[in-house]
Design a protein around this ligand. Sequence first.
Ligand code: FE
Length: 359
Amino acid sequence: MKRILAVAGLALALAACGNPDAPGAPETPPPAAEEAAAPAAGVNGTINVYSARHYDSDKAMYAAFEAETGIRVNVRESGAPELLETMRAEGARSPADVIIASDAGALYRFQEAGFTQGVSSEKISAVIPAQLREKDGHWFGLTKRYRIIVYDPQVVSADEVDTYEDLADPRLKGEICVRSSTNIYNLSLMGEFIGRNGPEAAEEWAKGVVANFARKPQGGDTAQIEAVAAGECAVALVNHYYWVRLATGTPEERMKTAKTQLSFPDQDGNGTHVNVVAAAVAANAPSPDLAIRFIEYLATPKGQEMLTTENKDFPIVAGSTLPAGLEHINGFKESDFPLSELGAHQAEAQAIFDRAGWN
Ligand code: FE
């Protein structure tokens, strides 16, 4: 009953704002009971979601939102750079209401281009910690991922890989596999390193890691784990969910993780680098109120579950169910570095990587 009251209240609020996409005058009374038929998608408006994600489970997530709210969801799925270019071409006429992308550094690029708008939502602020969302409401972190170290315990010991600094230690010469520095995950990790330690220490670190490379940076994060499994290197820097997907995958995939272990770095220091999948309200959103409502839905336990079930990120909102495979991965310390600040260091991070030879 509570939920229905909330929905009816929102409809009135939207109508009061004179929003053209607000539901028309509530001629049809709200359903009298929870089990009343779900509203048909589209009767309460439409939103256009530009998403850099590509999971089958997202289709179910959009469908669940449509069934619950009667708001139709049109989705454009593409890589973040392509979505950025699309919005650039569309200009002020962009039909995008919501932007979803992985990594605060990616959201920064949309914000920097002027494609997001600052909004506030008490519902989101109440459940998402401040350091995981943009300070002026330009984007909101929704699920968490950690940049961790995967290693072969037959070659290196746990205490040789328990900090990010360790990756630059000459003991690991010829043992490290990483992807390209143009990848946003590496740029954001470096952004935190610069923010905490300054650019000079960051460059020293990058040079040390490069000196330990087993091979030229190549492939995605999964390819780094596969290289450890194949004995090509003993240490890889990856986002946790790539390992978890393999560990919960086919027998062949599980084989690749069987002889590897995970290190969540910096447990005695600042904690492991955390990043987010995040959503933003587009600058020229035709239906900004519905866009906020959709992001609020993603910040409910049900939305969180649908966002994480397939991709193996960690939910942020208390009371959400953990996706399968994460049950035994918890209790570690995570960094509290404000993700809003990563973007400010992005260009410098790339310049440092380039000078260090991390291509
Ligand atoms: Fe990823």
